[in-house]
Design a protein around this ligand. Structure first.
Ligand SMILES: Nc1nc2c(ncn2[C@@H]2O[C@H](COP(=O)(O)OP(=O)(O)OP(=O)(O)O)[C@@H](O)[C@H]2O)c(=O)[nH]1
Ligand SMILES: [K+]
Ligand SMILES: [Mg+2]
Length: 441
């Protein structure tokens, strides 16, 4: 039997133990499984209480079961749901009882969503939105993913695809009409107008690119500076917990320590690193190397200084803010850097921290863009849209050399948009995309 025709099951709720755990079953055997374990098939879409029994009549758990006959289900197939108590032994027994049915097996990551996709319940951009929604940590990420899940990009791509196909039909009609020789200009001109406006629209979406992808990835802020200036104290202050070891010993931090912050809905990763200095200690040397590398990749560097001798030691193109720490000690401040924003804080006492956080929110706001965010969330989507735009602009360029060439480019544009929606992709590409999803989804 093809794996796709088998019935799959998985834990669809979070980590065990938990108050309630939800196990989903999807496929042709779903009804047999639910009626076998619950003693009867529940009324469709009605939460029904049932004492579950395994094949030997041994009780498993007092549960709530749901029965969604296909195709009006999440996957488009017959689906059963078991809401049980979330103990590890309960789940182990339930899994054993479900797997004992013929042609029933554990689901691969993303397999429920893949079946929904294959049954036309959602397109590929919507499936990606669903995956992002599950992984959204902040409110802005959630809103963006929900827009994608609701088909914001998918609907546009479907419209663009139809228009590319219509333009190509116009040109092909002209080719048939002309028999041989040139296609009359009055047939070509309206097609070209349509292609140009389509191209402009897609270019507009590509130009706003980055925002959605950035929102997905978050912004990275690296705390850097000499040893002992209070970098770890600052990250603890920002995280409001003891994520990093603080000590008066210079060279305490060696590993890169990361915390995820939700700053006004923006996802911000702050990293604490080893103090930058020349050292003989090979372990600290490695820490310094990592610190420099991570600061170079960051989107913003907070350079900490605790006295007048400090100089901003970060090189490269990353924006740097100079943060004077330990102002509670009343030492003279470091010379201001050339036009870099400056802050004065006491990481221990908390002075100046609200102002620093407010400025970080402002930075994130500029970084992610003030608008709701772009339509494009992933490299895959951006590449296919870029290919579409390129093919459209080539079709305009080559029309003088032959209408067939232009029609060919338009077909290629429609193909890229079809890929974006997942309509024309081959198995192995879909495999790669869905593997990234979590099990039970
Ligand atoms: N008075 C005062 N002391 C501070 C402040 N911030 C940090 N310190 C102290 O400075 C010392 C070093 O702090 P850390 O946070 O470990 O400094 P670090 O930059 O992470 O040090 P390394 O990881 O070794 O590079 C500790 O004794 C802290 O208590 C501050 O705002 N005021
Ligand atoms: K230290
Ligand atoms: Mg440290």
């Amino acid at each position: 039997m093809h794996p796709r025709d088998q019935t799959i099951f998985a834990l669809s709720s979070g980590r065990l133990p938990s108050a309630i755990a939800i196990v989903r079953v999807s496929g042709p055997m779903a009804e047999q499984v639910v009626s076998g374990l619950a003693g009867k098939t529940p009324a469709p879409r009605m939460a029904t209480r049932a004492l579950l029994h395994d094949q030997n009549g041994q009780p498993i758990d007092d549960a709530v079961v749901l029965w969604f006959p296909g195709p009006a289900s999440a996957t488009g197939e017959d689906v059963a749901e078991f809401h049980v108590h979330g103990g590890r032994a309960v789940l182990a027994t339930l899994f054993g009882a479900i797997a004992a049915f013929k042609n029933v097996r554990p689901a691969e990551p993303g397999e429920f969503t893949r079946r929904a996709f294959e049954n036309g319940k959602l397109d590929l951009t919507e499936a990606e939105g669903l995956d992002d929604l599950i992984h959204a940590d902040t409110d802005r990420q959630r809103r963006q993913a929900l827009r994608q899940l609701k088909g914001l990009l998918g609907d546009r791509a479907r419209d663009w695809r139809e228009r590319a196909i219509a333009a190509s039909a116009l040109i092909e009609a002209g080719i048939d009409f002309s028999d041989e020789g040139d296609v009359p200009a009055e047939l070509i001109a309206p097609a070209l107008d349509r292609i140009r406006s389509l191209h402009a629209e897609i270019q507009g979406v590509l130009a706003a690119q980055g925002q959605g992808e950035r929102l997905r990835d978050g912004v990275v802020v690296a705390i850097s500076g000499p040893p002992n200036v209070g970098k770890s104290t600052l990250i603890n202050q920002l995280a409001r917990r003891e994520v990093a070891i603080v000590s008066p010993h210079a060279g305490t931090t060696r590993d890169v320590i990361e915390v995820q912050l939700d700053l006004d809905g923006y996802p911000v990763t702050v990293i604490d690193t080893a103090g930058i200095r020349e050292t003989e200690d090979p372990v600290e040397q490695e820490g310094v190397r990592r610190a420099r590398a991570r600061a170079a990749e960051a989107d913003l560097v907070l350079w900490l200084a605790d006295n007048a001798d400090a100089r901003v030691g970060h090189e490269g193109t990353t924006p740097v803010w100079l943060v004077h720490n330990k102002i509670d000690l009343g030492r003279p401040l470091a010379e201001p850097g050339a036009g870099v924003p400056e802050f004065s804080i006491s990481a221990v006492r908390g002075d100046g921290i609200p102002e620093l956080i407010a400025s970080l929110v402002g930075f994130a706001h500029d970084y992610f863009g003030a608008s709701e965010g772009g339509l494009i969330m992933r490299v895959r989507q951006r590449e296919l849209l870029q290919q579409t735009a390129d093919a459209l602009s080539r079709s305009v360029d080559v029309v003088g050399q032959g209408e067939e060439l232009a029609a060919e480019e338009l077909r290629s544009a429609a193909l890229s948009l079809g890929r974006l929606l997942g309509r024309v992709d081959v198995e192995d590409i879909l495999d790669v995309i869905f593997r990234e999803f979590c099990v039970g989804k």
